[in-house]
Ligand binder design. Structure first.
Ligand SMILES: Nc1nc2c(ncn2[C@@H]2O[C@H](COP(=O)(O)OP(=O)(O)OP(=O)(O)O)[C@@H](O)[C@H]2O)c(=O)[nH]1
Ligand SMILES: [Mg+2]
Length: 457
């Protein structure tokens, strides 16, 4: 494999001086709302709680083992084109950097390349913005070939979008050459072409990996397993629930983006039915669109799932805002409100509430419309899991029909067709015939009726 062109590039921490120690100051440069005339209560449903945002950004920094020595709120009224934040705030951060012997600043916003460069100069520190930080995390988490390819693709798209005059200029400065004056346009064009070529090559490799996975999936479809996919905000408890439901041992950790590569396991339902459950990458607010695009292939498990379990950390201060973020990403994946009946909402971590609060939650849940049910569970203690499993089974059965039939035991081809195309719930040999109960998709129902004389239960 070729060396990654972005190694040591604009988005990697430099390994010199204070930067090498990984001591970081996290800054929340959140826009002050300039809306007037709206009640505070109304605003709070729209705006994310700044404290929780800053806390999340600290979690993101910790996810790549940076040592957070300070977290600073920096409310911004007008974004400065040159530095995003104002000079007073920048000076304050610069002082804090010296005080804490930190060499890296995480800005929890999207910076233009020019803003990033100017800030690095003003603060005399390495500056990472939210997109850069998330890309960095994903880069470290990717374990499978496909995962790495997808992250590399996202990184390259990010890099290309930042390939402006100043970018190349900055690269040269970072390379340690005292560079005077800007680079020629030809250099930028050449870089752009280089990145374009690599993007094309990686897209090709991803397509190949995707084709292999499709084959596997087609194989699973022949054995007619239904697909159930977990989605949700990062740290909501998807992997914990995955382990609880499948008795697997996937890493679950109080860490943002603990899971990156998709995992599949068999899920056994209360009445013996089987499905495949997939655990996958968590979502986050302002998830860079290039990451969603790059992970589209992995997320195919989600788009093609028969049932989608949306896991929510209902104990989180920002549970509502997180829900909107997850809905937004699902829409980007083409899973809109019309797929509502495929989605089961799960309110996880209810063990964190006392009896009164839990009762209140249960009341809220009971008031929801019957076609938008939600289930209160604790993936940690197992509370509510049997009800959830029953609901999954019911949902999966909804689009399938159960039929009774009998077939001559010597009709090997027929028997094997049924095994390949239907879920065989029961099979008994009586007088040279198999008496069977099978469950099939709508698409196969008529065949079973016409060819095998199946009768719907
Ligand atoms: N109290 C409590 N904690 C839980 C519950 N479910 C998960 N957790 C904790 O929440 C943290 C995150 O859990 P994970 O299962 O890793 O979350 P995830 O959604 O897979 O997160 P990512 O893979 O990072 O997107 C862990 O520390 C879990 O122990 C629960 O029901 N109750
Ligand atoms: Mg996980």
């Amino acid at each position: 494999m070729e060396p990654r062109t972005f190694e040591g590039g604009a988005d990697r921490p430099r390994s010199a001086g204070a930067q090498a120690t990984g001591r970081v100051i996290v800054v929340g440069p959140y826009l002050r709302s300039r809306r007037t005339g709206t009640g505070a209560a109304e605003q709070s449903t729209v705006l994310r709680n700044s404290e929780a945002r800053l806390e999340e950004a600290v979690g993101l920094a910790r996810a790549i083992d940076l040592v957070v020595v300070d977290a600073v709120m920096a409310p911004v009224s007008d974004v400065r084109p040159a530095t995003y934040i104002g000079k007073g705030k920048a000076d304050e951060i610069a002082a804090s950097l010296v005080l804490h012997e930190a060499g890296i600043v995480v800005m929890d916003c999207a910076l233009s390349p020019i803003q990033q460069r100017n800030l690095e100069k003003a603060l005399n520190a390495k500056v990472l913005d939210r997109t850069g930080l998330i890309l960095e995390i994903f880069g470290r988490r990717a374990k499978t070939k496909e995962g790495s390819l997808q992250v590399e693709l996202a990184h390259l798209i990010y890099q290309r979008s930042r390939l402006v005059r100043s970018w190349t200029h900055l690269e040269r400065q970072r390379g340690g050459f005292g560079f005077m004056g800007g680079p020629g346009e030809t250099q930028i064009e050449a870089d752009r072409r280089l990145i374009g070529d690599r993007i094309a090559r990686i897209e090709n490799e991803i397509k190949k990996a995707q084709a292999t996975r499709r084959l596997h999936r087609a194989g699973r479809k022949r054995v007619p397993y239904r697909m159930v996919a977990l989605v949700g905000y990062t740290n909501a408890g998807k992997s914990t629930l995955f382990n609880r439901l499948t008795r697997a041992d996937v890493q679950a950790a109080d860490m943002l983006f603990a899971t990156l590569d998709p995992t599949l396991r068999a899920l056994t339902l209360p009445h013996g039915g089987k499905a495949m459950l997939s655990d996958t990458v968590g979502f986050i607010s302002d998830l860079p669109t290039m990451l969603v695009a790059a992970f589209r292939a992995t997320l195919e498990e989600v788009t093609e799932a028969d049932v989608i379990l949306h896991v929510r950390d209902i104990s989180h201060d920002d549970a509502e805002a997180q829900q909107h973020d997850v809905d937004a990403v699902l829409r980007q994946l083409g899973i809109g409100p019309e797929s509502g009946d495929r989605i089961i909402e799960i309110w996880n971590k209810i063990d964190r509430f006392d009896d009164d609060a839990r009762q209140q939650l249960a009341n809220t849940a009971a008031r929801r419309s019957p076609d938008q049910p939600c289930f209160l569970v604790s993936a940690e203690t197992g509370e509510g899991i049997p009800q959830l499993l029953a609901a999954i089974e019911q949902k999966l059965a909804a689009t399938r029909s159960t039929l009774d039939l009998s077939i001559d035991a010597s009709d090997g081809a027929g028997v094997s067709w049924l095994h390949r195309n239907a879920e065989v719930l029961d099979k008994e040999l009586t007088d040279g015939r198999y008496v069977m109960t099978v469950r099939v998709d709508e698409t196969k129902r008529d065949i079973v009726i016409e060819r095998y004389g199946g009768v719907i239960r």
